[in-house]
Write a protein that binds this ligand. Structure first.
Ligand code: RTP
Length: 149
């Protein structure tokens, strides 16, 4: 069953450095999702450790939690935002990411894959809480919604 959801999408340091912030935002706007939170942030190691806690046993974890520049943290809202968001993001490994997805169009390596997207509604909730306060999530009426749905 389709439900209205929120998902956490972050443009990673490589995406920011490459000037892909506008491109990523456009992809989500164009699909019909509503932006409800956004900020540029240079995360601490502790913040990244919390975000990637489920990957703490992986050999690449130390690299993952080493901050090498600002990221753009965003929250998007809409029908099936988590699953559809993941399909806009594309597969983790650029060898498997389909052209037309963000990673399929812009990424060539696992460590520099431009973007993060929540992979479940439960993780989206936890990630949104990790990156934003409740006051930073803006509830607003988009007039285009009536034409998307
Ligand atoms: P993300 O969390 O960034 O959206 O990525 P994901 O769900 O598609 O993939 P996940 O397994 O959660 O991995 C998180 C990030 O870790 C890096 N990674 N490197 N073998 C490797 O070197 C490796 N595997 C994963 C990637 O940057 C991946 O996005």
């Amino acid at each position: 069953m389709s439900t209205t959801e929120q998902t956490f999408i972050a443009i990673k340091p490589d995406g920011v450095q490459r000037g892909l912030v506008g491109t990523v935002i456009s992809r989500f706007e164009n699909r019909g999702f509503k932006l409800v939170a956004i900020k540029l942030v240079t995360p601490s190691k502790e913040h990244l450790e919390k975000h990637y806690a489920d990957l703490s046993s992986k050999p690449f974890f130390p690299k993952l939690i080493t901050c090498n520049g600002p990221i753009v943290a965003t929250v998007w809202e809409g029908l099936d935002a988590v699953k559809t968001g993941r399909s806009i993001v594309g597969a983790t490994n650029p060898l498997a990411s389909t052209p037309g997805t963000i990673r399929g169009d812009y990424a060539l390596s696992m460590g520099r894959n431009v973007i993060h997207g929540s992979d479940s509604v439960e993780n989206a909730k936890a990630e949104i809480e990790n990156w934003f306060t409740a006051e930073e999530i803006i509830s607003w009426k988009s007039h285009s919604e009536d034409w998307v749905y």
